[in-house]
Each structure stands twice: as structure tokens, then as C-alpha cells.
Write a protein that binds this ligand. Structure first.
Ligand code: ADP
Ligand code: MG
Length: 716
């Protein structure tokens, strides 16, 4: 990059990639404005181009105030006659009011909250402004509450940027308003939009009816007159579609190449009769469900191939994924290789360990647990046994992908709860062997759109049925004030001979406060609420043996009521437990609650999941939790979670290593995603190495968009 002598020189300095020019070098941008822009995430010209309007206003023909209709979103223009604070309801309610006239009529603009000084300052008598919002009638007068407003200066008849057109409305910040933003965007779009490149082959553009990329940005920022305002506001204009398509296309192209690349790599072909797996199944005393059978046969087919498997098992809680994955692991072990199971938390690792080693050690298979709790000599010894191959199945957290861990012959990597790992970590685990097979399990049903982006490079198996005989679980929300009623429900069930869980949130495993809560709660329940019951406590800080001991006691009904943190989220099977009370349910994600309630309803009794919520402060929390009462379908719940919390928060996709979308929104734009994926996969099918001359720009575009996050070794 060029060395800059005067940082705010008005002479544009040439950047090799002009799109990377810092905004402060754009005409009319000084250090003060640059700082404000930075607050909006705009550092470079490219950031600016991608800072799309949040909505649009139709100012092609401004109506007179007398023409504005109540009940509609309207835009008007006028001069301020009066402004100031008004008081209603015996001075209890303050409202800032601005009376505007254009000669044809008057309208009142009202603000029910907002900074008085700031409002007074901005809306001074005599100023002219443009306003828009929903018009209503009140006391024989038109008014708009919290309108979008813009102070107008100069001659509007000559202002073709802010008037006489469909006007973009940008997201503002204090001190940075529409007119400034619009002026800046106009400059950036005019001077830099030609630099934007999206080398999608012409054939695809034609098939998908897509316009030129630079033109798309010009139209999205400053729509031409004929554009439909509705489509613009829905982000469905041709310009929007083109930009969104670009984002999805290059993501999917990367995933398609990755998938294709893996399919071409040399892997291990596991050919075995599967005696160990059969023995294992025999000991389990149940039959696999059809879905499990199908998934297993898909896995076995993959494993026999001389290329690495890359498969996702998706299925609801308790659908029996672990069992299937373990059968795959046993096939690998039988062929003389090792398997690793990696989980996102220690608690999960320990839970898996407890189940797995109980299941397979009788078959002579050696299992080791590797988490950060395993220390010193014990850890060294485990390393040694992994290196020698004595340990055949390793279960652990990130510890498993640490440098010191060397496998003798890693044949299969099983990753549980993939969403916490992402594409990048998956790659690290793979490197521990020579192209081992990879099996990803997610106990959380992933909505289709997310699966297409997060797991777009994997083959997917779906376990879509639960083992027979599961009893329904009813879910009910109770407010904190109904705590005693909840205790009575628990009491009744225990008196009938059932057992109960009481779950405490433990947001971070290290949160001491939460831990204290759970511990104190156990004591309180034992001493003051249920003196005749046996109350137990289980949390993530306990040693493995302690946990196992408590679980055994619970299983043998030596404990009636188990107070636990989310340790019990997975792997615990207590058919006699028929009630679960979740404390502070509002602090859990929906999918996590769904996981939790999968712990009950496993025996012959109808079960109840009680969500104790402290949601006085949050209506949103209540709406969220109500989804739990309505449905037991994990996919629906996951979709709801995704919708309410947005893709960014949904299991922390940010950490997944995928490129962020700047414009696209996977829920809103699903149909474009599907098309982009289809086209990307078709292209890779036809030209797996992107060698055709007319695909020349694609590699570079991919590199830029993925910034090294995708290993594109196979395309060179
Ligand atoms: P997941 O990992 O999908 O949540 P698990 O593999 O842990 O589910 O299985 C949940 C419980 O159901 C376990 O106790 C397991 O032993 C049991 N299970 C699994 N498959 C079957 C089946 N086909 N029939 C009966 N029980 C099963
Ligand atoms: Mg599981």
C-alpha cells in the first residue's frame, strides 16, 4: 500500500485496489466525518458501497399537506410554525411537538421521547423540513408520531439528490444525517462503483436474469425513476437481487469446490464385516429405527469408498445419533484405526465419555477422555496411549486438536454439535490423520437455509424419527410467582414414584455465581421444601467419578430430585424421570431448552417440562418461550430461534469461519440462496478446477471473499 505523507490530503492517492481507499480520501470527507462513518463500520470506499439504504422514500411527486391521508405512510414538506414541549395528563406526559404548514394545510409531528435540548435545537421555527411516517387523526388534526425527518436547505426545485426521486434512507447516527450520507454516497457511487467486480459467468447471469454488478449498486443507492418502491423496500429490486446473489454465489462456490475437492482426495477405505458394531448393537437390546438404519448404511457406503467421508448427521434430540456414530467408530476400530469424538464443551465430552466407555469397554475397546481437566502425568499417559494406538477411541474438547496430540492412525473424526466448531476447526481435526473420515453430529436441527451455508460442503443424513415408545412431554411456562405450585407438581410426581430434574442455567462454565445458585438451591430444597425427599446435586465442576456416582444414584432411584446445571443436556437417560423444572428459562436459547427437555419423556410416563421464567422485563422472552409450549418439533424450534435471534446469534455463527453476509439475509433471501447454490454446484460439476478461460476471474474473487478461510488446495 502507498505510503501516506499527509493523511487528509484532498488529492486522491492511488490505491492498487481503489475500493480499499479509506473514506477520508473521498471528496468532502474530513477527519470528523470519517470518525462518524467509522461508527457505522465504514472505513473504506468498499464499505461505503455496501452500506445500503435501510429503506426508500417516494419523493417523485411531493404531496401537499392537505392531500396527505390518514392511515397511510406519507411524505410531506413544509415550514415549522411552532415547536416545543407540550404536556398532557396533568403534566405526567411530555411530548415534543412541531407544527408544520405548507400553505395548503397543517400537520403536527410528535416525539414521545427523545432529548429535549436536541429536538429544540433541530426543529427551530422557520426551518423547512421533509417528513414521513404514518399519518393519523387526533383532535381534528393530522399528525405523525416519530416521523423520519430531514431539515431542508436551499432550493428544493433544484435539489435532485434529496427530492424529485426515490430517495434512499440510510441508517443514521448522532451527528450523521441523511443529507450528508446521501451526498457522500452519491460521490462514492459515482466515482467508485465501476471498480466493483463480480465475475459470475454470463451464462449464469442470463439464466438468473441478473443485471451488471456495478449497475446494481448504482440502482440500489439511487434508484431510477421507474423502480418499484415496494420492491426496493423489500430488498427485492433487481439491484438488490444481484448483490445478494453475488454474496451467496461465492459462498456456495467455495463450498462446492471444497466438497468436490474432498471427494477427489485420497482417503481410507474401511472394508469390514462390522462384527464389533454388531456385537455392540446386540448388547444394546434394541433395534435401530429405520432412520438410523438408513443413516448407518449411508455412512458405511461412504466409509468403504477410497475418498474421505464428509457427512453431517442431523436429527432431533434423542433420535439416536450417538449410537449410529459409535457404530461407525467401531468399524474403524475393527480395521485397526482410531476414532476421535470432539465436543464443544468439557461437560459434553465427559457425558459422552461416561456413556461410551460403559458401552464399548466390555467389547475390549479402549476409550480415553481428554479435556483440560485431565492434567499432568495422567495427561502425558493419555498422549502416549493415543500415539501408540492403545487407545482406540478418544473423546474430548478442543484439547483433541492441540499440537501435542498425535494419533497412531486416526481414521474417523466425529464432531458433535458442529455449530460451535465451524469449517475451520473441522479442518484442524482432519489434519490429525491422513484424510480421515469426518462425521459431524448435530443434536440441534438446523434449518435448511443454515445447513446450506454452514454445512454446504457436507453430505447430510437425516434421522427423522424417534425410537418407539417415547411418551409425550408437555411444556408449560410458569411465572416466578407460581413457584409453590410448581413445587407441588414435583411433589406429586415424586410421590407417585417418579423422579425430577431441576435445571439451573450455567451460562459459562466458570460462572461462580450460577454455581452457587445451584448448590444453594439444592440445600434449600432439601432442608426447607422437600425434607422427606432425597435431593442430589450435579454440576460441571465435579470430577468425572463424582458425576458418574451421582448419575448412578439417580438411575438407581437413590435420588428423587436432581438439581443440575446444563451438564444433563446430553447423554443422560433416566426413563423414570417425568418432570423437569428449568430455572431462569429465559436465559436459555430455545434449542437448548429443547435439548434439555429431551431428557424426560424417555420412559412409560407422560412427562412435564416446566419453564420457570423471570420475564417481567422482557416481552420478547415470553414470546420466545411460548414457542416451546406450542411445538415439539426441533426443526420448527430452531427456525424460530433463528428468526428471533437472527443468524448472527444463532449458535454464534460468527465464529464458524464463514464469510459474513453484508447484504444477504439467509431467512429473507432463501430463494436466492437456493438458486445461487444450484448455479455454483453446477459450475463446479462442469469445471472442477475452474480452468476454463471464462472462469478466470472466479479464483481471485473467491480468494478475496473468503480471505484464506477456505482451503482451496485443489484448485491451486
Ligand atoms: P442423540 O445423540 O440423537 O440425542 P442418543 O444416541 O444419545 O441420541 O440416543 C438417545 C437414547 O435413546 C439413548 O439412551 C439410546 O440408548 C437410546 N436409543 C438410541 N437408538 C434407539 C433405538 N433404536 N431404540 C431404542 N432406544 C434407542
Ligand atoms: Mg447426542
Amino acid at each position: 500500500m502507498a505510503k501516506l505523507s499527509t493523511p487528509f490530503s484532498s488529492n486522491p492517492i492511488s490505491f492498487r485496489d481503489r475500493l480499499q481507499t479509506p473514506v477520508q480520501f473521498v471528496k468532502g470527507v474530513g477527519p470528523k466525518l470519517a470518525k462518524l462513518l467509522e461508527r457505522k463500520g465504514i472505513r473504506t470506499v468498499e464499505d461505503g458501497l455496501y452500506f445500503l439504504p435501510r429503506s426508500y422514500e417516494d419523493r417523485r411527486h411531493l404531496k401537499q399537506i392537505s392531500e396527505l391521508q390518514a392511515g397511510r405512510k406519507e411524505t410531506g414538506f413544509g415550514e415549522i410554525l411552532l415547536s416545543g414541549m407540550a404536556f398532557y395528563q396533568n403534566r405526567k406526559r411530555k411530548v415534543f411537538e412541531v407544527l408544520v404548514s405548507d400553505g395548503s394545510g397543517m400537520i403536527k409531528l410528535k416525539w414521545f421521547h427523545g432529548h429535549e435540548r436536541y429536538l429544540k435545537d433541530r426543529f427551530q421555527k422557520g426551518r423547512r423540513l421533509i417528513f414521513s411516517g404514518e399519518v393519523r387523526w387526533f383532535n381534528y388534526q393530522k399528525e405523525i408520531h416519530h416521523p423520519d425527518v430531514e431539515i431542508v436547505e436551499g432550493d428544493i426545485e433544484k435539489d435532485y439528490l434529496n427530492f424529485k426521486r426515490i430517495v434512499p434512507i440510510y441508517s443514521e447516527t448522532e451527528g450523521l444525517y441523511q443529507r450528508t450520507l446521501r451526498r457522500l454516497m452519491k460521490t462514492i457511487v459515482d466515482e467508485y462503483s465501476d471498480e466493483l467486480k463480480s465475475p459470475i459467468p454470463k451464462e449464469i447471469l442470463e439464466r438468473q436474469d441478473l443485471i451488471d454488478f456495478s449497475e446494481a449498486f448504482r440502482r440500489v443507492h439511487f434508484p431510477p425513476d421507474g423502480e418499484s418502491i415496494e420492491r426496493l423496500n423489500l430488498h427485492r429490486s433487481d439491484g438488490h437481487r444481484r448483490i445478494i446473489f453475488d454474496e451467496f454465489f461465492f459462498l456456495e462456490l467455495g463450498l462446492a469446490l471444497k466438497k468436490r475437492g474432498v471427494a477427489l482426495e485420497k482417503g481410507i477405505s474401511f472394508k469390514t464385516e462390522g462384527h464389533l458394531a454388531k456385537q455392540f448393537l446386540h448388547r444394546l437390546s434394541f433395534q435401530l429405527t429405520h432412520s438410523q438404519e438408513r443413516t448407518l448404511s449411508e455412512i458405511v457406503t461412504d466409509m468403504e469408498k477410497p475418498h474421505p467421508m464428509n457427512r453431517l448427521i442431523q436429527g432431533d434430540v434423542g433420535s439416536g445419533k450417538t449410537v449410529v456414530a459409535l457404530m461407525a467408530a467401531l468399524r474403524v476400530v475393527e480395521c485397526g484405526y482410531q476414532a476421535a469424538i470432539m465436543t464443544p464443551t468439557e461437560v459434553l465430552a465427559e457425558q459422552h465419555y461416561l456413556t461410551v466407555h460403559r458401552w464399548v469397554e466390555p467389547l475390549g475397546v479402549k476409550v480415553a477422555l481428554l479435556t483440560s481437566n485431565v492434567k499432568g502425568l495422567e495427561r502425558e499417559e493419555i498422549y502416549r496411549h493415543i500415539r501408540s494406538g492403545e487407545v482406540q477411541i478418544v473423546i474430548g474438547t478442543h484439547a483433541v486438536i492441540q499440537e501435542q496430540v498425535e494419533f497412531h492412525r486416526l481414521g474417523l473424526a466425529i464432531i458433535d454439535e458442529q455449530h460451535k466448531f465451524g469449517v475451520v476447526q473441522r479442518g484442524l481435526l482432519k489434519k490429525k490423520g491422513e484424510n480421515p473420515d469426518v462425521l459431524v453430529m448435530t443434536a440441534t436441527p438446523i434449518p435448511r437455509t443454515l445447513a446450506m451455508t454452514l454445512y454446504g460442503d457436507l453430505d447430510i443424513s437425516l434421522i427423522d424419527e424417534l425410537p418407539p415408545g417415547r411418551m409425550p412431554v408437555t411444556t408449560k411456562i410458569f411465572p416466578e410467582s407460581a413457584r409453590n405450585r410448581v413445587y407441588r407438581i414435583v411433589e406429586e410426581e415424586v410421590k407417585k414414584g417418579r423422579q425430577a430434574f431441576l435445571v439451573y442455567p450455567l451460562v459459562e462454565e466458570s460462572e461462580k455465581l450460577d454455581l452457587k445458585n445451584a448448590t444453594q438451591m439444592a440445600e434449600h430444597l432439601q432442608k426447607e421444601v422437600f425434607p422427606s425427599f432425597r435431593v442430589g446435586l450435579l454440576h460441571g465442576r465435579m470430577k468425572s467419578e463424582e458425576k458418574e456416582a451421582i448419575m448412578m444414584e439417580f438411575k438407581e432411584r437413590k435420588i428423587d430430585l436432581l438439581v443440575a446445571t446444563t451438564v444433563i443436556e446430553v447423554g443422560i437417560d433416566i426413563p423414570n424421570a417425568s418432570v423437569m423444572v428449568v430455572e431462569h428459562a429465559e436465559r436459555f436459547g430455545l434449542s437448548q431448552l429443547h435439548q434439555l427437555r429431551g431428557r424426560i419423556g424417555r420412559g412409560n410416563y407422560p412427562s412435564q417440562c416446566i419453564l420457570l421464567a423471570h420475564y417481567r422485563s422482557s416481552e420478547e422472552a415470553r414470546i420466545r418461550l411460548q414457542a416451546m409450549e406450542r411445538t415439539h418439533d426441533g426443526f420448527k424450534i430452531a427456525e424460530q430461534d433463528l428468526e428471533l435471534r437472527g443468524p448472527g446469534d444463532f449458535f454464534g455463527i460468527r465464529q464458524s469461519g464463514l464469510p459474513d453476509f453484508r447484504v444477504a439475509h439467509i431467512l429473507r433471501d432463501t430463494s436466492i440462496l437456493i438458486e445461487a447454490r444450484k448455479e455454483a454446484f453446477r459450475l463446479v460439476q462442469e469445471d472442477p478446477h475452474l480452468e476454463k478461460p471464462y472462469h478466470a476471474g472466479l479464483k481471485e474473487a473467491l480468494r478475496q471473499r473468503w480471505k484464506g478461510r477456505l482451503e482451496l488446495a485443489t484448485i491451486g
